[in-house]
Design a protein. Structure first.
Length: 101
């Protein structure tokens, strides 16, 4: 069914200041799940939902890598305490990001 969650998998862990992003693992999981799009979420232990430069770079890089496999990035969400922020939504509102169909 369209818009149905196919899988929710932890893909990486990090420390207070950084985590590695295994792009190939994300793409492989999407392909194995027969997904058309991917949503990425991570937490900010600092309590701030504001995206870092690295968060924005990850969003662009993952989107580009997914597109090469005919997949799209649905969203990249930051969670901090009881708050969350959609990086893709913020970037789209600023005109810096467009969603793949």
């Amino acid at each position: 069914a369209k818009g149905r969650e196919l899988s929710c998998v932890p893909i990486s862990s990090g420390n207070f200041s950084a985590a590695t992003v295994p792009y190939e693992k994300i793409i492989n999981l999407a392909i194995l799940s027969r997904a058309k799009s991917v949503a990425l979420a991570h937490n900010h232990p600092s309590g701030s939902v504001l995206p870092s430069e690295k968060d924005i770079d990850v969003t662009y890089t993952l989107s580009e890598k997914l597109e090469t496999m005919s997949l799209s990035l649905l969203d990249h969400i930051i969670i901090a305490g009881d708050e969350y922020l959609s990086i893709c939504d913020c970037m789209a509102r600023m005109g810096d990001f467009s969603f793949a169909d």
